[in-house]
Design a protein around this ligand. Structure first.
Ligand SMILES: [Zn+2]
Length: 380
């Protein structure tokens, strides 16, 4: 069992229901490294929920064996609001139905307020800076508005993660191979994470620009280092988004293997005792997110893919045809959709009827694309 299980309630949007986030804490309260893991901040991304369930067993066993050297907080489900969003038997969990937007976008940038509070207080002592910055970031989070459910929920998660050394944000894509988003500042120090997971797309950026949860936790360190160049400020929070394949890739076989991979990663980084062995050889090299083509649908229609996941495609190759069911002449019903780069087809749509402008594929290329710019790399 964990040291403790905390149930943190959220203010309710309705007098009839009150939701809570559960945190399972392992290891001594002040131990380092501190790790924060949560699953399904996009509540319709189910693979992480099953991986978290396998992690609870592995962590419970490690705690019983006295093998937790650091500290771990695991939220088996990150998003009680989204988990509860049933609409006519469908479960849309990416956006809040109250109108609060994408659950994993627009997380506040903690940097401006933290920089104001830290001005004149940072020096050459890296350890002292890290302690002061963590304390300051936490105090900024404590000042966030939290009277409505969505805001309170953001504060509850950020409070757990903002002072962590390692943050693992477990997501999945639609139809997809395993892939990982990392900040380039953490590369190659944490290269064993994608290796352990068997990542087929290891995507580095300096700032994806989406205000994603993981970057909201990690980027303040990089931004404060820019703001105070004289001070010794390391990138002390490694936060990453792990895309556990596609929405339908939910099985105990996959989840157990993924949980064990994460467990070995934590062993290698001093969080859990025991020898994980060497990390397996990477299945792909790390590439820039600016070189990852996001193919858009030119119109509404039915997607007939012409390339499979994992297939290497060339620039200009037809990867799908978009079929217009309203076309009078069947010979004119199909519009080809092309790859804009040479690379590996990483993701596709799960649902094959799409609106104009929908992202229908990601292709891992090596050459930066003109339309893919730092700070504007994430779909909303
Ligand atoms: Zn997601």
């Amino acid at each position: 069992m964990p040291r403790q299980i905390r149930r943190v309630g959220l203010p309710s949007n309705s007098p009839a229901a009150r939701r809570a986030v559960i945190f399972r804490d392992y290891g001594a309260p002040e131990a380092r490294p501190k790790v924060y893991i949560h699953a399904a901040i996009h509540a319709d991304e189910i693979p992480g929920l099953l991986v978290a369930q396998h992690l609870t067993r592995l962590f419970d066993e490690a705690e019983a064996a006295g093998a937790i050297d650091g500290r771990i907080t695991l939220a088996p489900y990150a998003n009680p609001i989204g988990l509860d969003q049933w609409v006519n038997s469908y479960h849309p969990g990416r956006y809040e139905l109250m109108g609060g937007g994408n659950f994993n976008r627009n997380w506040r940038d903690l940097t401006p307020e933290a920089a104001e509070r830290l001005d004149g207080k940072l020096g050459r002592d890296e350890a002292a800076n890290v302690a002061l910055i963590r304390e300051t970031l936490l105090s900024v989070v404590e000042g966030w508005p939290a009277s409505i459910e969505m805001d309170a929920w953001r504060q509850v998660l950020a409070r757990e993660a903002i002072d962590a050394d390692i943050v693992l944000d477990l997501h999945c894509d639609l139809e997809s191979l395993m892939h990982v988003y990392l900040l380039a500042a953490h590369w190659p120090r944490f290269a064993d994470l994608p290796s352990e997971l068997g990542s087929r797309g290891t995507l580095l950026s300096d700032d994806s620009g989406g205000g994603c949860f993981d970057e909201a936790m990690a980027l303040p360190w990089l931004r404060l280092a820019q703001r105070f160049p004289e001070a010794a400020i390391p990138p002390a929070c490694f936060a990453t988004t792990v895309e556990l394949r596609g929405q339908a890739d939910v099985s105990d076989d996959l989840a157990e293997a993924d949980a064990k991979a994460l467990f070995r990663f934590l062993q290698r980084h001093g969080v859990i005792a025991g020898d994980p062995g060497p990390a397996p050889e990477a299945l792909c090299e790390a590439t820039r997110l600016e070189a990852c083509d996001v193919v858009k649908s030119p119109a509404a229609g039915v997607l007939a893919y012409k390339a499979a996941l994992g297939e290497r495609v060339g620039k200009g190759q037809v990867i799908a045809e978009l079929v217009d069911p309203a076309a009078e002449d069947p010979a004119k019903a199909r519009v080809p959709v092309f790859s804009n780069t040479d690379g590996l087809l990483l993701t596709r749509k799960l649902h094959k009827y799409v609106a104009p402008g929908a992202s229908i594929a990601k292709i891992v290329g090596k050459e930066r694309l003109e339309n893919r710019r730092t700070g504007a790399l994430m779909e909303m």
